[in-house]
Design a protein around this ligand. Structure first.
Ligand SMILES: [Zn+2]
Length: 295
């Protein structure tokens, strides 16, 4: 099939039949509800498998060039769990941020002249690099009690599932470890695709469990914004909310395939970089590049 033709609607519907019951949940915002937190408590985890939690920790050190701060530097970790601990001694970045920065420069070298939207920046050196390097950088956070599209201290209020950006007005949507907290990834991709200019792209990270073939929903939000876990409650840290963010999905090896279903005219690449000299080693460092057709 030619690249510039969306997949026929019938074929897309047929493919979705088996996937939707598992993936669909009631629409709603993606924030924890205070009463739920009070009832169930919080369980934070760092994705580390149980067999990686026992035994003595080893320190790690690699020399190289940091894709985030662009310094000749050293990457050091006091812990075997490199994903969260292998930091650049110059800028403090961690592996997935460096993988993202490397992919940004490699696959979107003209990003400084583009309209770049970063969803839920975490106050990192990477976000600072995007903000200071790009005159048309837009940061957003989602506050359910604020008007969508309004701006607070330079940060725009946006729900990734229902963006207020105009059609075809953004060149690049960026986010790091956001998608595992949304209620409807399908809605997020539809909205990102709608608002991308032809030739635009999404660049993001989210944890993908190599041992899981099929993506599974782990929680959903009801129409009152209350989060319901389907199994054990699981939260990750949230820079704008001390309660943390509930984890709503465990993405499996089929995520790239699902993204092709959730978009109409996009090509999906899953980039699994392993480069100690860039400080990119460890688990859950995959970067996804989703490019909208130029035509
Ligand atoms: Zn650095």
């Amino acid at each position: 099939m030619p690249r510039d033709e969306p997949r026929p609607a019938e074929a897309r519907r047929a493919l979705r039949i088996d996937l939707e019951p598992q993936l669909r949940g009631p629409p709603g915002p993606r924030r924890p509800h205070a009463s739920h937190v009070a009832r169930h408590g919080r369980r934070r985890r760092d994705h580390r498998p149980a067999d990686r939690r026992a035994g003595p920790c080893m320190s790690h050190s690699f020399e190289g060039r940091c894709p985030v701060c662009e310094a000749e530097t050293r990457f050091e970790s006091p812990d075997d769990w490199l994903r969260d601990h292998l930091r650049c001694v110059s800028c403090g970045s961690i592996p997935r941020e460096r993988a993202f920065a490397w992919c940004l420069d490699r696959y979107r070298p003209g990003w400084r002249d583009e309209v770049v939207h970063e969803c839920s920046p975490g106050g990192t050196r990477l976000s600072e690099r995007l903000r200071t390097g790009c005159p048309d950088y837009v940061a957003s956070q989602y506050w359910p009690d604020r008007a969508p599209g309004s701006v607070h201290e330079g940060v725009r209020c946006e729900n990734l599932e229902k963006l207020t950006f105009e059609d075809r007005s953004v060149d690049l949507h960026c986010h790091l470890d956001v998608l595992e907290h949304v209620n409807s990834p399908e809605a997020c991709f539809a909205e990102m695709e709608r608002t991308l200019r032809p030739g635009g792209a999404m660049l993001f990270t989210t944890p993908v469990y190599a041992e899981i073939a099929e993506t599974a929903r782990t929680a959903y939000y009801d129409d009152k914004g209350v989060c319901h876990f389907l199994g054990a409650a699981e939260y990750h840290g949230n820079p704008i909310d001390d309660a943390g963010s509930p984890v709503t999905f465990h993405y499996g090896r089929n995520l790239a395939f699902l993204v092709t279903l959730w978009t109409r005219s996009c090509r999906v690449q899953q980039i699994a970089l392993c480069a100690p000299d860039l400080g990119v080693v460890g688990d859950f460092c995959d970067v996804f590049l989703v490019e909208k057709d130029a035509a």
